[in-house]
Design a binder for this molecule. Structure first.
Ligand code: ATP
Length: 460
């Protein structure tokens, strides 16, 4: 079946079943490990990477179904195929809900096992290829950035930004996740008189509260346990250039005080030192939160907000710049075709309709990932909606097409797959809930399952 090295974890309390699956899959070139309990499966996944897990649903006193989330938490990109002698539709649905990718009823033939594992392996490889492509895309940055626009909302942002770029005043970029705040922060720097200086980006939520001040402002040797030598902070690294504070609302109270002082007179002190230092640094900050709410809740200093707010621009979400979508798709498509060596690939009319109807809650990031995904996945000469991972939209020329549907609407009971319904529902809940935790709560699933589903549906 496969020549490259691949691995399967068989989880079954019956040694006979483990042995026969091992023989069948090893004959095809798999590395197979058999274990008899959910606990042993978890330990195996902690120790080594597996492509496919064949999981019996009845493991003596353990329940295979219960174990699925735990197994996926360890290796989210592994495919789990559940096997059981008690095949019922309900257990299959339950297993899928918890993240299994397929279902194999006992008794099964070697051919059925090979077929199911082969399919799972293919999807695991595609998933990994997509994840790698996504990482490469995020790293590629400027190569794929497009600032042409037909949207009055985006146009006025760009016009103001171009003016602000020439000065040294702080800029605050607001907007939903994926609207391009990081990209525009760089854009400002590149068009500013400080383009020759450094661009230093700090992702504030990634900093631990304990190390936030020292990361930003540096520290003196011995200032705290682990401070084994003097260290300069990001502010000093950004001397003569621009310091970009992404998700600035996540700064600790103490770091907010230090930043406010720095914005007032460009002075600061390293942690554990009383010597006043000076740096010539322009601050660009971004947030996808309503900082005014944080001010009201006492989480963010109002005086700091006023200082950061000198030029504030709110980037419109994709649903409010729909006129740009066809141009952006064309732009992403041309580049993705070059990258993936598929110059002949075209886009179907059904895909164009689906793209126009989809709400794109993940904004530009989601749009670009969907196009890249489609260029990788599309088996034929034309990209179809399923390659993009978005639901089909009704054809207005077809008799019986539903009228009055808003952007991206998927009607209950219409000709749509359960998967499309689930995707759409998750996308909408994420778009309106304040946090991912809140979204998970509304959806009745845990945050890890939500993360996995977001990844699967490209809802980044
Ligand atoms: N001007 C642009 N042209 C084309 N694609 C863009 C542009 N801006 C952003 N993108 C795409 O969207 C992705 C996300 O952009 P970016 O990280 O700047 O968004 P963000 O608003 O900072 O998101 P987050 O709040 O999640 O950090 C980029 O990697 C890129 O694929």
């Amino acid at each position: 079946m496969e020549t490259a090295s691949w691995s399967v974890l068989v989880v079954d309390d019956d040694p006979g079943v483990r042995q026969s699956l091992r023989l069948c899959l090893e004959a095809d070139g798999a590395r197979v490990l058999g274990v008899g309990s959910a606990k042993a499966a978890v330990e195996a996944l902690d120790r080594a990477r597996f492509d496919v897990v064949l999981l019996d649903l009845w493991l003596g006193s353990d329940s295979g179904i219960e174990a699925i989330p735990d197994l996926l938490r360890r290796q989210p990109d592994a495919a789990i195929i559940v096997i059981t002698a008690f095949a019922t539709f309900e257990t299959a649905v339950e297993a899928m809900k918890r993240g299994a990718s397929d279902y194999l009823p006992k008794p099964f033939t070697p051919a059925q096992v090979r077929h199911a594992v082969g399919r799972a392996l293919e999807s695991v490889r595609l998933k990994r290829k997509l994840a790698e492509a996504q990482v490469r895309l995020e790293q590629a940055g400027a190569d794929d950035d497009c600032f042409e626009t037909e949207s009055p909302a985006f146009w006025s942002v760009m016009k103001l930004l171009a003016r602000a770029a020439k000065s040294t005043v702080p800029v605050l970029l607001r907007g939903e996740s994926g609207t391009g705040k990081n990209v525009l922060a760089r854009w400002v720097w590149m068009r500013s008189p400080r383009a020759e200086g450094p661009f230093i980006a700090v992702n504030c939520p990634a900093l631990s509260v304990e190390l936030m001040n020292s990361t930003l402002f540096g520290h003196r040797k011995g200032a705290f346990t682990g401070a084994i030598s003097d260290a300069r902070g990001k502010v000093q690294e950004a001397e003569g250039g621009t310091l970009f504070l992404d998700e600035v609302g996540d700064l600790s109270a103490d770091a907010q005080v230090r930043l406010l002082r720095f914005l007032n007179d460009q002075t600061y002190e390293r942690v554990g030192e009383s010597k006043e230092r000076h740096a010539d640094v322009r601050i660009v900050a971004a947030t996808n939160r309503a900082l005014e709410d944080d001010v009201r809740a006492g989480r963010f200093r109002e005086d700091l907000l006023f200082r950061l707010n000198v030029v504030t621009l709110t980037l419109p979400p994709v649903r409010e710049r729909r006129e740009d979508v066809p141009g952006l798709v064309k732009y992403y498509l041309e580049r993705a075709k070059l990258r993936q060596h598929r110059p002949e690939l075209a886009i179907s009319e059904a895909s164009e309709r689906a793209i126009a109807a989809h709400p794109w809650p993940g904004n530009l990031r989601e749009l670009r990932n969907a196009v890249e995904r489609a260029v990788i996945l599309s088996p034929g000469p034309r990209i179809e909606p399923e390659d993009l991972g978005i639901p089909e939209a009704a054809d207005p020329n077809e008799p019986g097409a539903r009228g009055g549907g808003g952007a991206g609407e998927v009607a209950l009971g219409a000709d749509v797959s359960l998967e499309a319904l689930e995707r759409e529902h998750i996308a909408r809940v994420i778009a309106r809930a304040p946090t991912l935790e809140a979204s998970a709560k509304i959806l009745g699933i845990d945050s890890t399952t939500l993360q996995r589903k977001r990844k699967r549906y490209g809802l980044t």
